[in-house]
Design a protein around this ligand. Structure first.
Ligand code: SF4
Length: 462
């Protein structure tokens, strides 16, 4: 039996396999090569059997591995010259990782990647900072509704309204659905992540502006973690074409930052001296003067943006400048509070890494959580530290790398209010109507599903 269940991993890669969702990639001996696997270290392979399972419910099965093979550098290269219009959406965390690696600024990376990808036939390269603003506006709207509802609803109902929990991290969503289920899912914001909102915008609206059928677009995102591949493959993020003939996915393929670095190396180019190209402004946070802009916060700025908005809308308190976070347990668990007339009326927290999030979900379960909003991210230090980011250089510690990434992430990036983003205003005017409208709910919101694991389904997975 242990023979059948055995898997081949290399000890040197174990950290990559368990971070960030704390799941592990189990590659059965007769399964195809896992695309989740980073380049193998030159170490001896070891056998792992069922008894080594951490029972963390985060396993990637061989069936999921096959599905994930659609989301790889090889698959992207195969899709070049197949007659589809290829559109890229680049995350700001990946941009920062490439910037640190090459000693460039995030804007230079954006311009040089535009040159490289367009030389391969890519039609447009967008920026998920823009769809993050869309996500944040919808999240602000949802939070205000939940806060008001919780103050007027019955005790039982109000318990499921707050705290509202951010939904942009698929590592966290996967853990919540597989392990926590019904008591936690109603707390998770229904708003899709920036990866999926940019996919929804491109395949439902921008395609019309570009006069391309959604089924003729191959949409690739560049993300800091492997979990984003699982997110893109969810059934919830697919819809039928107008002719009903095809299932259209909002995101066809997700490349990690490391895979984009592999692409650069494969092309044998000196990326640092590559010519700059003008960036595509249609769905990018680049202003008229050519500056990047966006919210504060390298993991999406959810707590920051919602706190400012709720203070203004619920308590008429406008907050300018950086917010004062108080460290609760460690640097990955910090809180924000707003006091009115000596009473705390808003209590928000950033909660990163599994150690912290396990503590907070225990409090929610026991009804002892006092927070109104939680920005939960599975990776310690947040998205800049995602498992798909470029690894530290030899001699560089992980801590030093994170510090460089944090500094570079916001280098020359102007702080911008999502509600003032002209590109997003245009999306509401031309397509969605108001935040929280029926159309916004249809395209930008989703649902979560508890995963009930039967013994037989677990055995099938094995
Ligand atoms: S914290 Fe960010 S990088 Fe890490 S799993 Fe979540 S979304 Fe991915």
């Amino acid at each position: 039996m242990s023979e059948r269940f055995s898997a081949t991993l290399r000890i040197g890669d174990l950290n990559d396999y368990i971070a960030p969702s704390q799941g592990c990639v189990i590659k059965t001996e007769n399964a195809g090569k896992s695309r989740m696997a980073p380049k193998a270290a030159q170490t001896e392979p070891v056998k792992i059997s069922l008894k080594d399972c951490l029972a963390c419910s985060g396993c990637i099965t061989s069936a999921e591995t096959v599905m994930l093979e659609k989301q790889s550098l090889d698959e992207f290269l195969l899709n070049l010259n197949k007659g589809k219009s290829i559109i890229f959406s680049l995350s700001p965390q990946s941009r920062a990782s490439l910037a640190v690696h090459f000693g460039l600024s995030p804007l230079q990376v954006f311009k040089k990647l535009t040159t490289l990808l367009k030389s391969l036939g890519v039609r447009a390269i967008f920026d998920t900072s823009s769809s993050r603003d869309l996500t944040l506006i919808e999240s602000c709207n949802e939070f205000i509704a939940r806060y008001r509802e919780s103050n007027s609803a019955s005790e039982e109902k109000s318990k499921s309204d707050l705290p509202m929990i951010s939904s942009a991290c698929p590592g966290w969503i996967c853990y919540a659905e597989k392990t926590l289920g019904s008591y936690i899912l109603p707390h998770i914001s229904s708003v899709k992540s920036p990866q999926q909102t940019i996919g929804a915008a491109i395949k439902n609206h921008i395609c019309q502006e570009l006069c391309i059928r959604p089924e003729d677009i191959y949409h690739v995102t560049v993300m800091p973690c492997y979990d984003k591949k699982l997110e893109a493959a969810r059934d919830d993020f697919m819809f039928q074409s107008d002719s009903d003939a095809e299932r259209i996915t909002e995101v066809d393929s997700v490349l990690t930052t490391g895979e984009v670095l592999d692409l650069i190396k494969m092309k044998s180019i000196d990326f640092t001296t590559l010519e700059d190209s003008p960036v595509d402004k249609l769905l990018s946070n680049v202003d008229e003067e050519g500056n990047l802009y966006g919210v504060r916060g390298s993991s999406g700025g959810y707590a920051d943006t919602l706190f400012r908005y709720a203070s203004k809308m619920l308590f008429r308190k406008e907050i300018d400048g950086p917010l004062e976070y108080k460290t609760v347990r460690n640097a990955d668990f910090r809180e924000l509070t707003l006091e009115v007339d000596g009473k705390i009326v808003l209590r928000f927290a950033l909660c990163y890494g599994f150690r912290n999030l396990r503590n907070i979900v225990t409090k929610i379960k026991s009804g002892k959580c006092e927070y109104h909003f939680l920005e939960i991210m599975a990776c310690p230090s947040g998205c800049l530290n995602g498992g798909g980011q470029i690894k530290p250089n030899p001699g560089q510690s992980a801590k030093d790398l994170i510090q460089s990434l944090e500094a570079t992430y916001s280098e020359n990036v102007l702080v911008g209010d999502p509600f003032e983003n002209p590109g997003i205003k245009r999306l509401y005017n031309d397509w969605l109507g108001q935040p929280g409208s029926e159309k916004a709910k249809r395209h930008l919101h989703t649902e979560y599903h508890p995963v009930v694991k039967s013994i037989s389904s677990q055995l099938q997975n094995w």
